[in-house]
Design a protein around this ligand. Structure first.
Ligand SMILES: Cc1cc2nc3c(=O)[nH]c(=O)nc-3n(C[C@H](O)[C@H](O)[C@H](O)COP(=O)(O)OP(=O)(O)OC[C@H]3O[C@@H](n4cnc5c(N)ncnc54)[C@H](O)[C@@H]3O)c2cc1C
Length: 301
């Protein structure tokens, strides 16, 4: 068992915190230790404490692409959504954003400043950190298109900040090198297209949001698209063609509105969701001869 946290961390650390409250699927057991640092100094002190105690560390943004096990997570779980803030330079197009900045607000701020390149991001309910890790994207755009550098913290050496060029991060479709490293994204710098008409960028941004809310189950707990699209196919169309819309296991249901979404219609457990994912994969393999790969990240399994 870890020692009691030092005095200056006691007000930050909580134990046995239900992680369902920190994921958009509303699923997940308790974190052994949990904290939401409000600034870099708090984050560094928490990482140093966990390292000294030999605890496993994990980072969450908005929890909008995560399936967390019902038995919860050992060690320290850090939620970074309080690390908010951004600076946008209307003339150069440079944007510096903290890891916890919500992606929709960054897209709106960019639009109001006449900066183009994040119009697609307005409907993605994640943070900048999670979006960089996932190389989030929609409507033909993705994070890697406008990312310049990422500021990172290595939990093993928490007092040394690293800055990596986007070209060093092996971005691909919903993939980055950050998915296989233990680093924590602290901030990111983007270069957007400057000098555009704010009204026109805002109109494109709003149109993107409207297009999504009318075709996806935004009002129900989900993690967005569960499966990666097996190009050139769309996972949702493959699933829908097999008549799987509405299929339910426990509280987990293939959305009747969009077949690549699994929604929590009651008290879904992670086990319900995993069982439904396996059922869909099995049917798509037999029905279409294609192996669907989950886009959602699993923690604690
Ligand atoms: C309704 C809905 C619609 C969606 N639509 C889209 C879409 O169109 N396109 C798309 O790409 N995604 C979509 N998503 C999925 C999700 O919003 C994105 O993947 C988003 O980028 C995840 O960000 P997050 O902050 O929630 O990350 P989390 O879900 O909290 O974490 C995702 C991964 O990143 C890691 N991580 C998070 N923050 C950090 C950090 N600061 N440092 C290190 N690691 C970190 C986590 O450990 C985890 O492995 C949708 C989700 C929902 C619920």
């Amino acid at each position: 068992m870890p020692q009691a946290a030092p005095g200056r961390l006691q007000h930050l650390l909580q134990s046995q915190v239900p992680l369902r409250d920190f994921t958009t699927w509303r699923v997940g057991g308790p974190a052994e230790w949990f904290a939401e640092p409000a600034d870099l100094a708090e984050l560094q002190a928490l990482c140093a404490w966990a390292r000294a105690e030999g605890l496993v560390q994990r980072s969450l943004g908005a929890g909008s692409n995560l399936l967390i096990a019902d038995q919860g997570l050992p060690g320290l779980t850090l939620c970074l959504r309080r690390l908010q803030g951004s600076q946008l330079d209307g003339s150069s197009g440079l944007v510096q954003a903290q890891a916890g900045e919500p992606l929709p607000s960054l897209a709106r701020k960019a639009a109001r400043g006449g900066l183009g390149g994040l119009e697609w991001a307005v409907g993605i309910p994640g943070t900048v950190g999670g979006a960089v890790v996932m190389n989030a994207g929609a409507q033909g755009g993705c994070i890697a298109d406008c990312l310049e550098t990422v500021q990172l913290l290595d939990p093993q050496q928490p007092y040394q900040l690293l800055e990596l060029d986007a070209r060093e991060l092996a971005f691909a479709y919903r993939h980055s090198r950050l998915q296989v490293e233990d680093w924590i994204v602290v901030a990111a710098r983007f270069r957007l297209q400057s000098g555009l008409d704010p009204a026109a960028v805002s109109a494109r941004t709003s149109a993107n949001l409207h297009g999504r809310t009318s075709t996806q189950p935004y009002q129900q707990p989900s993690c967005g698209s569960v499966f990666r699209n097996p190009e050139p196919h769309k996972a949702g169309q493959l699933i829908e063609a097999l008549g799987l819309k509405g299929r339910q296991i426990g509280g987990a249901q293939v959305s009747p509105l969009h077949a690549n979404f699994i929604v929590n219609v009651g008290d879904a457990t992670a086990t319900d969701i995993l069982s439904l994912i396996a059922l869909v994969q099995d049917q798509v393999l037999h029905g279409h001869g294609l192996a669907l790969q989950p886009e959602v990240k699993r923690l604690g399994f």
